[in-house]
Design a binder for this molecule. Structure first.
Ligand code: T5A
Length: 219
């Protein structure tokens, strides 16, 4: 019988992926998950908003709810924070304590950029509400997949089968603000962020991400 190999981290890690719509987060998270598992570690993939039953209901409301057009930026902010508070407590904290490597598709930086920069909610409530939602949990590493606004919009248009969600219906100026917001945020915290050129070939990005993760965390 083949011997089972498993590398245990005493305390898990959290790696988040951020960027505009269609920048390639989901694609790369699943590829990184495979590398991590092949190396004998345990990965856990989740997403925001969502990842819990409560969070998935909030996700649907935020993206497709027929009252969506009536949402004020402040309401939107609190709904994202509510989904995050649930995800942190129900999933992330126990999984990290179990030694897993959490791979999360968006986290608190999305709120800083989408609700803060693009929707122009002021910084103090954004930071306070983010801090309240995440408690002691902060990503160990955040990849930004950087793509120009027009590439982002084109990818969303190309892959779409159903009707676009509230964020996908935004105009190119919104997408540009998001991109700039992420780049500025990364500049302010270079120790946590790693910016990748998201227009490169998927396999090149995958190899660079895995190489970076392996080296940084000595996996
Ligand atoms: N939001 C979220 C907030 O406003 N505040 C918050 O606090 C949070 C948490 C979530 C929305 O909520 C907003 C942001 C979002 O608008 P979502 O559906 O989860 O909605 O949206 P996204 O996170 O943007 O997810 P997407 O599925 O749109 O994009 P991904 O996951 O980044 O991209 P992916 O991997 O699905 O790829 C998209 C397409 O591009 C191709 C893929 O094959 C696919 O067709 N692609 C590439 N093509 C060429 N070259 C590459 N390198 C490619 N990589 C991927």
């Amino acid at each position: 019988m083949a011997e089972e190999t498993s590398n245990f981290l005493k305390k898990g890690l959290m790696i988040t992926f951020e960027g505009c719509e269609g920048c390639g987060k989901t694609t790369q998270i699943h590829r990184l998950e495979t590398h991590i598992e092949d190396a004998g570690y345990h990965a856990f993939v989740t997403r925001e908003p969502g990842g819990t039953e409560v969070g998935e209901e909030i996700r649907h409301l935020l993206k497709f709810g027929h009252q969506g057009d009536k949402l004020f930026p402040e309401t939107e902010l609190l709904l994202f924070a509510a989904a995050r508070a649930q995800l942190v407590r129900e999933i992330i904290v126990p999984e990290i304590e179990d030694g897993r490597i959490i791979l999360c598709d968006r986290f608190l930086d999305s709120t800083t950029v989408y609700q803060g920069v693009a929707r122009q909610v002021s910084d103090d409530p954004i930071q306070a509400i983010n801090a309240f939602a995440v408690g002691d949990i902060m990503p160990d590493l955040t990849f930004i997949l950087d793509v120009p606004a027009d590439v982002s919009m084109q990818r969303v248009a190309d892959r779409h089968a159903g009707p676009p969600d509230r964020f996908e219906r935004e105009n190119i100026e919104f997408y540009k603000k998001i991109r700039e917001g992420y780049l500025l945020l990364a500049e302010s915290m270079p120790e946590r962020f790693h910016i990748m050129d998201g227009t490169q070939d998927k396999k090149l990005i995958e190899d660079e991400i895995w190489g970076y993760v392996k080296e940084r965390f000595e996996l």
